[in-house]
Each structure stands twice: as structure tokens, then as C-alpha cells.
Design a protein around this ligand. Structure first.
Ligand SMILES: [Zn+2]
Length: 251
């Protein structure tokens, strides 16, 4: 309980009374934080000092509520996130594309690559002008088109041999579940590779089958990622530049 007659409380009340909203006072910063997270006003807290556990739970809920609302309202403004098909974001509830990931080292490496691709943070040439306007968006492997996610995963002729092999594996997996016609266009193939749930949700009810299909899409992305990395390193060697470290294969 707060001692309302204490000297500390008197100093605190005075500070709150005399300091303006633009002050750098710790108490003003606290008031702003409480208002931002829609928590009780500071005077209420002084009078009805909550227990530590109660306050902890109240603040965690308030922080989660604010960021969930912010992400839900802003996610549609980012085109690079449209493949996530995320209607409602809930903290501590992983996205569905993480549901089928096993704790094996290989699966963790594969999902890391896939998450970067699905969130638009994978280091493709099309992302580079955002960091340096002199960088070209042209694919370094084929020099024919801008290196977008679609070009990398679905079109780049330099990765065609590996891609055909991966597509055949994917086709075999889908055929075994009678889903071999599920992707017909480049747009749906890209959606399928990055987040297949919206396409298979009403066709595949078994969690085991969903997991097997998602695992195959992770494998596809990871194999192409490794092939791209190897080819880019070969290009660097041919130009007399140092190779990127092997660890990058695990990114
Ligand atoms: Zn290319």
C-alpha cells in the first residue's frame, strides 16, 4: 500500500502538478506511457497501488493489446506481407506456417529462409535500392529481369535445373494427396510456396498431410536458396572477389 502522507508521495504529487506535458520528468514520461497503453492514470495508481503480480499481468495485456491492434491495422499497408494472409495477429500465437516446423536443425534452417521470403526481408536484388539507390534490381544470375521473389522462386533460368527437380518433388507429394492441380499459375505457385494454407485449407483436413505439404514447400525454398548462394559465390570468385562465408548457407 502507498503511504499517502509520505514525503515521497508529496514530492510526486507536486511534480505531477507543476510539470508540463513536454517536461523530461520521469513522472511525465510515466504518464505518457500509461496513456499510450490505455492503463489507469497515475493518480489512480498512487491511491490504489496494485500488487506486483496484478500490475505485471495488467501491463503485459495492455502492451500486447496495443501492438496486436497496431499490426492488425497496418499489415495491409505492406505489400511484401500480403502472402502471410494474416487477418488477426495474436502475440504468443505463432503464424500457421510455423505449425508444422519440427525442432530439427534442418527444419529450423529451412523455416528461417522461408520466413524471410514470405515477409519480404530475404536479400534479393529487388530489395537493394531501398538501402542504396545505386544498386540495380537486375538478377545477378541471369541478368534478364529484376530479381523479385517471383523471379527467384518461379522464373530465373539460372536456377531452372534445380527448380524443375523441386517442382517434380512437389508435384509427387501433391499427387499422393490428389492435389496435383492445386497450382496452375505463377501467382498461385508463389502463394503456394510461401504460404500454402489458404490454398489447401479446405482441401486437406489432415494435419499430417498439411505438414507434409508445407515441409515440401520449405524444402523447395531452401534448395533454391542454397543454389542461388552457391552460384553467387561462384560469380564472386570469377570476378576475383572474396567468397561469402559458408555460414550464410545456414541463414
Ligand atoms: Zn535470374
Amino acid at each position: 500500500m502507498t503511504d499517502l502522507d509520505s514525503v515521497e508521495n508529496a514530492i510526486m504529487c507536486r511534480q505531477l502538478a507543476v510539470k508540463s506535458w513536454s517536461s523530461n520528468s520521469w513522472l511525465i514520461h510515466t504518464r505518457k506511457l500509461l496513456a499510450r497503453y490505455d492503463l489507469p492514470a497515475i493518480h489512480t495508481l498512487i491511491e490504489l497501488c496494485p500488487s506486483k503480480s496484478c500490475w505485471r499481468s495488467q501491463t503485459i495485456t495492455a502492451v500486447h493489446r496495443l501492438w496486436e491492434k497496431k499490426i492488425d491495422t497496418q499489415i495491409s499497408l505492406y505489400p511484401s506481407l500480403k502472402m502471410l494472409h494474416q487477418d488477426t495477429y495474436r502475440i504468443n500465437h505463432p503464424h500457421i506456417i510455423l505449425d508444422s516446423v519440427s525442432p530439427s536443425v534442418l527444419d529450423v534452417r529451412r523455416i528461417a529462409t522461408k520466413l524471410r521470403l514470405v515477409t519480404g526481408t530475404y536479400g534479393l536484388q529487388s530489395n537493394r535500392p531501398a538501402f542504396n539507390q545505386h544498386n540495380s534490381t537486375l538478377c545477378l544470375l541471369c541478368c534478364k529481369e529484376p530479381e523479385t521473389r517471383e523471379h527467384f522462386l518461379c522464373h530465373c533460368p539460372a536456377l531452372q535445373a534445380v527448380r524443375l527437380h523441386c517442382l517434380q518433388e512437389l508435384h509427387d507429394t501433391l499427387s499422393s494427396y490428389n492435389l496435383d492441380t492445386i497450382y496452375l499459375t505463377t501467382e498461385t505457385l508463389l502463394q503456394f510456396l510461401l504460404n500454402c494454407r489458404p490454398l489447401i485449407m479446405d482441401k486437406v483436413t489432415s494435419p499430417v498431410e498439411r505438414s507434409a505439404i508445407e515441409s515440401q514447400t520449405r524444402r523447395y525454398c531452401f534448395i533454391l536458396h542454397n543454389e542461388r548462394f552457391t552460384k553467387l559465390n561462384n560469380l564472386r570468385t570469377a570476378r576475383g572477389l572474396s567468397r561469402r562465408p559458408k555460414m550464410a548457407l545456414d541463414e
